[in-house]
Design a protein around this ligand. Structure first.
Ligand SMILES: O=C(O)CCC(=O)C(=O)O
Length: 304
């Protein structure tokens, strides 16, 4: 595995990680969470995973338990979503294409012993843009247990974020994202990847926290998952990141106003009608997309 794409969260920053993602399609960052956070997270997930069904398709995994809505079900993930390295990388790779990005998905992939390898795929295939193109989404998979070749560590194809849509990886182009618990792989949506096979007697657990351009539909419906009475429990920055804010000029308004006002004191002044800083960033910084729209290639839908 390319050493250039491995970092330690205690001595790197989001810019360096973002540059590696641009070059290689991914970066592995160690020490994203410490032992105490890991213990809290494992406890929260174990509680929620008890009795959880496994997947209904090969893609979702007949021996994989999945959870969503993690900000409510595993509150340790609230801090993880605001990690400066995660957001710094997103500033680097997503902000050329939007003035604000947002949470699109939170999830757990808990691979039970005997799970077979998942089909290799690109995330965000539901946004019909031909590859290579703008990065629409930044994925992250956090190792809650150690990730090894034997227990189903994510398989990745370095550099594939820049490949043409039709190119398929050869076996010798596939690498395994082995990493210690507490690390995360942060990647461009266009990196070809997939869960590995778990040949051990213990589960392999990942948490996914994915960000997308602020003007796209979110994969997980954040407003039904986190209606205002739930969203009020989150830190202000996370409320805005899940979507209680403008996502682009005019995008996401409620009665013409910033949706964040729904979370503020009743009777207080209404939120603003627009955000001049966002408007300026959009005008001055955001690249207009010049890309071809295509249907997804065969074999990538989760029902396959
Ligand atoms: O579990 C993994 O390692 C990757 C899962 C994944 O890519 C997915 O479910 O879309």
């Amino acid at each position: 595995m390319s050493v250039a794409a491995r970092f330690d969260a205690r001595s790197t920053d989001g810019g360096e990680v973002g540059s590696a993602i641009e070059r290689h399609g991914y970066a592995i960052v160690e020490n994203m969470i410490d032992a105490d956070e890991l213990a809290s997270l494992s406890g929260e997930l174990d509680h929620e995973l008890a009795g959880q069904a496994t997947g209904e398709s090969n893609f979702l995994g007949a021996r994989t338990q999945r959870l969503n809505n993690l900000f409510m079900r595993a509150p340790t993930t609230r801090g993880m979503a605001l990690h400066p390295v995660l957001l710094g990388a997103a500033d680097h790779i997503l902000l050329p294409w939007c003035a604000r990005y947002q949470i699109t998905y939170t999830g757990t992939m808990h691979l039970l012993p005997g799970e077979t390898a998942q089909a290799l795929h690109r995330d965000a295939f539901f946004y019909p843009f031909r590859n290579p193109g703008p990065i629409t989404q930044q994925g992250s998979l956090w190792a809650v247990t150690e990730f090894t070749r034997e227990n189903g560590a994510t398989r990745i194809v370095p550099g594939s974020h820049q490949w043409d849509e039709e190119r398929r990886p050869r076996a010798d182009e596939i690498e395994v994202a082995e990493m210690a618990a507490g690390s995360a792989i942060i990647y461009a949506h266009s990196l070809i990847h997939g869960g590995g096979a778990n040949a051990t007697a213990q589960p392999r657990t990942a948490v996914a926290i994915n960000l997308a351009l602020g003007w796209l539909r979110q994969q997980e419906n954040q407003f039904l998952t986190l209606p205002p009475d739930k969203a009020r429990e989150l830190p202000d920055q996370l409320q805005r990141l899940v979507g209680y804010d403008f996502g682009a000029p005019f995008m996401g308004a409620v009665n013409g106003r910033n949706p964040h006002h729904l979370l503020e004191e009743p009777g207080g002044p209404p939120g603003p009608r627009n955000d001049p800083e966002l408007d300026r960033a959009y005008r001055e910084r955001v690249h207009w997309l010049k890309c071809e729209v295509v249907p997804p290639p065969p074999g990538v839908l989760p029902t396959d």
